[in-house]
Design a protein around this ligand. Structure first.
Ligand code: URA
Length: 250
């Protein structure tokens, strides 16, 4: 709440109290100094009906922006320490109302240099994986990350960095309205589902984010490190596509 609203409520209560007891009490003689709350306001925009969903709250601070306005705001962000080491911010890329929102962890070297998501080796593999099920960032997908700036040495983004950035992704989801979400790897899967997730155990399962079906699967970088994961990842993608086709046929 901002200071002005607090002052209005205080004045109303003071007036009501004076009216009730017939005089202004001593405790209301002076006036407190009100400040703006620094916390982000949140509101529940929808609650999932069934399954492994989370009743997710979405930050209200960016609601009403277009995707271009939001991404311009992301480009100026200095909310966490990653702003000091980045070369470029990587808000994301793709189409509005995508069939699928693909969510990675955070930009790597190539992404940081180009300001675009998944454009390095892992990105080439990701594009091939998506193409295999009829998806691509130019026509029917949007690609974003949990954090929009590169963590130094490609370390995992820290919880406070993820938290500082998350309202941007929440708003991207709110504006873009994807039919389904594909989470690449543990970091994205945990942040979106709000659960602790072992990708080896939970890949290919369906979760929900504000009513949107979500599937965690292997991060393409993991597939580059371990070829044996390509088969289970492919099974995930086929299952994901089948669900998407079902959604589209309803
Ligand atoms: N890895 C990610 O998680 N995101 C990118 O954008 C690139 C690599």
């Amino acid at each position: 709440m901002n200071a002005k609203d607090k002052h209005t409520i205080y004045t109303l209560l003071k007036t009501a109290d004076a009216y009730e007891c017939g005089f202004i009490r001593e405790k209301f003689a002076g006036e407190p100094v009100f400040g703006d709350d620094t916390e982000t306001n949140h509101t529940v925009v929808s609650t999932p009906s069934t399954g492994s969903g989370t009743a997710t709250t979405v930050s209200t601070e960016n609601l009403g922006l277009t995707i271009e306005e939001l991404n311009a705001k992301i480009l100026r962000c200095t909310r966490c320490g990653l702003a000091r080491t980045r070369n470029n911010v990587v808000p994301g890329m793709g189409v509005m109302n995508p069939q699928v929102l693909v969510i990675g962890e955070g930009p790597g070297y190539d992404e940081d240099m180009q300001g675009l998501p998944f454009v390095g080796k892992a990105g080439v593999l990701l594009d091939r994986m998506l193409a295999a099920i009829g998806l691509d960032r130019k026509t029917n997908c949007y690609i974003a990350n949990i954090v929009k700036c590169r963590p130094p040495e490609n370390r995992n983004p820290l919880p406070d960095e993820q938290a500082a950035c998350f309202s941007f992704l929440e708003t991207q989801i709110h504006i873009l309205k994807p039919k389904m979400i594909l989470c690449m790897g543990k970091i994205a899967s945990e942040k979106i589902t709000g659960q602790s997730i072992s990708i080896n155990q939970r890949h290919g399962e369906f979760f929900e984010y504000n009513g949107i079906p979500v599937m965690p699967t292997y991060h393409p970088s993991a597939l580059l490190r371990n070829e044996e994961l390509k088969r289970p990842a492919w099974e995930d993608l086929k299952k994901f596509k089948k669900y998407l086709d079902q959604l589209n046929s309803n």
